[in-house]
Write a protein that binds this ligand. Structure first.
Ligand SMILES: [Zn+2]
Ligand SMILES: [Zn+2]
Length: 395
């Protein structure tokens, strides 16, 4: 196969994505306790892994640049909201179960009934400083249920909300966002391993938190209910991550690949820690997702196929759905420029459409991962401590 002729390279983390040191948070160390072989090239003995983290800090709702948020306690949960020296407990049974949060200069203002608190920042956790369930909303735009602990403060003139959640809750919340109701179980498991790998290997992608909740990092929605297919897929792959040359790497994935996956270098990106390999994707070859967009003349002149930086630049100008993939040609048609292409996403790594098809044909998650990430192994990196008990908020 083509991929066998590719040479391995060792380089930096995927550079198309912002990678800056994480300002806060101390990693909780964990060690590999098992190594599961998935490819002939994989090592077959247990070994020590780089440190893993037990929790992740995710910046949420950043796209909305909010100046107002509401926080409420779901039934059966008590939220301890701390603002400076004061605190409010939100609980349905007490009749006070929500708080309005506003930005006033650099100060956070909390309004709950007749009570108003002011502080530079606020934190929210359960009664014992542990994780809790809560609902956070940007009024009139979005409301989402989270499980973890919350910190809110001012940043760049808007409210910054950061949810600290344990890694497996984050994996489940991302797999829920990255799958559809028809995604087969083995494809969900493959997605869970890829997602977990990304969280383990790519921490600290933002200055104030580890990951955002958009495609810049990974989509994140509400944690799935216990017993759902997504929850079971995450549990069935608990602690499993992808490793290349014994090291976890930030496994990239794409919605549909246009028939053959790409590598960072062939898309004009510096090489990644894992070099990736172009692999055939039978499903996308036979069922390509086609798209067509009108492109203004000035953008058409700059647009290049198979160049991710150029695509991202154009997408920022024209909208994210205008250039959905890297495989396209620009044609002049009836006096206007049109980009006509196939595929969805950058095309690197696991193809979600192809993974669904492989699972539907009986392949298991190991076979899916081995196909899209050749020359890798699945290793186990368990979490060894209650993540939120290690939180820097605890006192
Ligand atoms: Zn991000
Ligand atoms: Zn594909």
């Amino acid at each position: 196969m083509i991929r066998d002729r590719w040479t391995r390279m060792r380089t930096a983390v995927h550079p198309a994505r912002k990678s800056t040191p994480c300002k806060f948070g101390g990693p909780v160390f964990a060690f590999i306790t098992a190594l599961v072989v998935t490819s002939p090239a994989a090592l077959s003995f247990a070994q020590t892994a780089p440190p893993a983290v037990a929790n992740v800090r995710i910046g949420v709702f950043g796209l909305f640049h909010p100046h107002q948020l509401t926080l409420s306690a779901p039934l059966g949960h008590a939220l301890v909201v701390r603002a400076g020296e004061e605190q409010i407990v939100l609980e349905r049974s007490s009749g006070v179960n929500s708080v309005n949060i506003l930005l006033s200069g650099s100060e956070i203002v909390l309004q709950s009934g007749a009570r108003t608190l002011r502080a530079p920042a606020l934190t929210v956790s359960g009664r014992k400083n542990g994780p809790t369930d809560f609902v956070l909303a940007v009024p009139g735009k979005i409301a989402r249920h989270y499980r973890g602990a919350l910190e809110i403060r001012q940043s760049a003139g808007h409210l910054l909300a950061v949810v600290t959640m344990d890694r497996e809750t984050a994996v489940a919340s991302i797999v829920a966002a990255e799958s559809t109701v028809d995604t087969p179980f083995e494809a969900l498991k493959a997605q869970a391993v890829a997602t977990r790998s990304y969280l383990v290997a790519s921490r600290g992608r933002h200055y104030d938190f580890d990951f955002c909740d958009t495609t810049h990092c990974q989509f994140l929605r509400e944690p799935p209910e216990t017993g759902t297919m997504v929850a079971q897929a995450v549990e069935a792959t608990r602690d499993m991550v992808l490793a290349y040359e014994s090291k976890p790497f930030a496994a990239m994935y794409t919605r549909s690949c246009a028939g053959r996956t790409r590598t960072p270098t062939e898309l004009g990106l510096p090489a990644a820690v894992y070099p990736y390999y172009p692999v055939e994707c039978k499903y996308c070859r036979e069922h390509p997702v086609r798209w067509s967009s009108r492109i203004p003349a000035e953008d058409a002149a700059r647009l290049r196929s198979s160049n991710e930086p150029a695509r991202l630049r154009a997408a920022r100008n024209l909208g994210w759905n205008t250039i959905p993939s890297n495989s396209f040609i620009v044609k002049k048609k009836d006096g206007e420029n049109r980009a006509e292409g196939t595929g969805q996403g950058h095309g690197i790594g696991l193809c979600q459409a192809g993974a669904k098809a492989m699972a539907a044909e009986g392949d298991d998650f190991r076979q899916i991962l081995l196909h899209y990430y050749p020359n890798t192994a699945i290793i186990s990196i368990p979490v060894i401590a209650d993540p939120l008990s290690q939180s820097r908020w605890e006192n």
